[in-house]
Design a protein around this ligand. Structure first.
Ligand code: GDP
Length: 485
């Protein structure tokens, strides 16, 4: 969603870095570039102006203390980074759990904002953390909202309290009240209430949401907003703040192409933090909103922390430990290990989304967009068509074996050849890295996940000696990411 903003800001900084020692005119120009980039992405004018004022003042104050142009440019970059984190809400905030369960979360927002979808995502998120959520169907207005919630609940394995059919029938306040009593009696520790929205803000909608609020006294009211609606998201947020009040914001549809900058101004304008973000229709397209990670992405530094978390979630502990042991023993990484990695990768969700989290992803935008997700499935089918011996020792793969594998996988022999060649190159690189003695198991792990082996984007450094370990970055955000890595 923030690709063009990110590209413009990255451009502004690379031109600043190339200028040598900086003058106050350089700062003015950079401030103008940043201001234009933010306005073009729809960030609210008042937010942009106070942001730019701060950047200007802080940058001018920092310049005289720094000798080289590179250090000056870096200092300005850091100032922009930390102010961007502030705009996005500062530190991430988590849901406050009630002292006496259940913790009640009320979802409010316009129709189509993504509340029902989000209810399922939240339920799964908290279920996975060992909670016992109950979903409540209090959207009795939108056609099929109740059924949709039931389907979502079933798919995540969370019960849905839905005594009314909806589609205009039933009292949503009563349903919420009964749900709370039910949750208490059955010891659910969390209640997530889905409410009705309208296509635009109206008095009835606000009244109903306020009545439900008064009936269940939520611990958290989350305002759910579609980031694609641009400046309307700000107007809607302000209307909900006045009409119902809320404690946190959830941005949905961050996967859209529209200028989503408006939504980024919400935290600053309402004083309420963005707590979660949703970036697709799948249940996995959801995460806690971390202002610092979002700022890092917007400034072209990627989001290595989220990538690492997703990898950890997808890779099961046993296979990771097995791979680490193998690596430590000096055994080769085999196609069997590779298959396990491919399977884990499939669990991690969309490859383009994952690649988009890499630092510098903006520069690979085209390749990432063109990444063919089905290539992983095809690659998997080739490896699955091999016998265990062939997977362990690809040297036995003569012409007739390759022809058999191609037939089994429904692919051409060239595809089998290409996979085997790429695999051999990666295996060679791993051996070289191991000889260098500096390969932590985590690197070994990531080697199995190189996108080049899956197809679309070729593996960097293919067949070359490992790149020398770079010196620590002067940029604190990058350095932290390196150290985490
Ligand atoms: P509600 O009326 O607020 O309950 O909205 P829904 O949960 O029914 O969502 C409206 C539409 O938006 C549905 O088609 C969802 O699949 C879709 N949707 C929800 N969240 C996202 C998201 O993060 N990205 C995209 N692309 N679509 C979403």
């Amino acid at each position: 969603m923030f690709d063009s903003l990110s590209a413009k800001l990255t451009g502004a900084f690379s031109s600043l870095r190339s200028r040598g020692k900086l003058s106050s005119a350089d700062i003015e120009n950079t401030c103008a570039d940043i201001r234009n980039a933010l306005l073009e992405s729809d960030v609210a004018l008042s937010v942009v102006d106070s942001f730019i004022d701060l950047i200007r003042v802080k940058s001018l104050a920092a310049l005289p203390n720094l000798q080289s142009g590179t250090n000056q440019a870096q200092a300005i970059f850091e100032i922009v980074n930390s102010e961007l984190v502030e705009i996005l809400g500062g530190a991430a905030r988590r849901i406050r759990f009630a002292k006496n369960p259940p913790t009640v979360i009320l979802l409010a927002g316009l129709q189509g904002a993504g509340k029902t979808t989000l209810a399922g995502k939240l339920a799964k998120f908290y279920l996975d953390q060992g909670n016992t959520p109950l979903l409540v169907a209090s959207d009795l207005q939108r056609p099929n909202a109740v059924t949709q919630l039931q389907v979502v609940g079933e798919s995540v394995g969370v019960p849905v309290f839905a005594p009314e059919p909806g589609n205009g029938v039933g009292n949503p306040v009563k349903v919420a009240e009964q749900a709370l009593a039910f949750a208490k009696s059955k010891l659910y520790n969390m209640v997530i209430v889905d409410t009705a929205g309208r296509l635009g803000v109206d008095a009835d909608l606000m009244q109903q949401a306020s009545d439900i609020r008064d009936a269940v006294k939520p611990d958290e009211i989350l305002f759910v907003v579609d980031a694609m609606i641009g400046q309307d998201s700000i107007r809607t947020a302000q209307a909900f703040q006045d009409g119902v009040g809320f404690d946190g914001v959830v941005l949905t549809k961050l996967d859209g192409d529209a200028r989503g900058g408006a939504a980024l101004s919400i935290a600053k304008l309402t004083g309420k933090p963005i707590m979660f973000s949703s970036s697709g229709e799948k249940l996995t397209d959801f995460d806690i909103f971390y202002p610092e990670r979002m700022a890092s992405r917007i400034l072209g530094m990627g989001d290595v922390a989220t990538l690492a978390e997703q990898a950890k979630k997808a890779l099961d502990g046993d296979s990771t430990a097995k791979l680490e042991e193998k690596f430590a023993r000096g055994d080769d990484f085999t196609l069997e290990d590779f298959l396990e990695q491919l399977e884990a990768m499939s669990k991690m969700g969309s490859m383009s989304k994952l690649l988009g989290m890499l630092p510098g992803a903006g520069a690979m935008k085209k390749q990432i967009e063109n990444f063919d997700e089905s290539e992983i499935v095809r690659t998997k089918s080739i490896v699955q068509s091999m016998t265990p011996l062939e997977r362990r020792d690809p040297k036995v793969l003569n012409g007739s074996r390759r022809a058999r594998i191609a037939l089994g996988a429904g692919r051409k022999v060239q595809d089998v050849n290409s996979l085997v060649d790429k695999f051999a190159a990666a295996q060679k690189m791993m051996r070289q890295m191991r000889k260098g003695g500096a390969v932590p198991p985590a690197v070994a792990q990531s080697m199995g996940m190189r996108p080049g082996l899956g197809g679309g984007i070729s593996a960097p450094n293919k067949g070359q000696a490992p790149a020398k370990k770079k010196s620590k970055s002067g940029n604190p955000a990058k350095r932290a990411a390196e150290e985490r890595g």
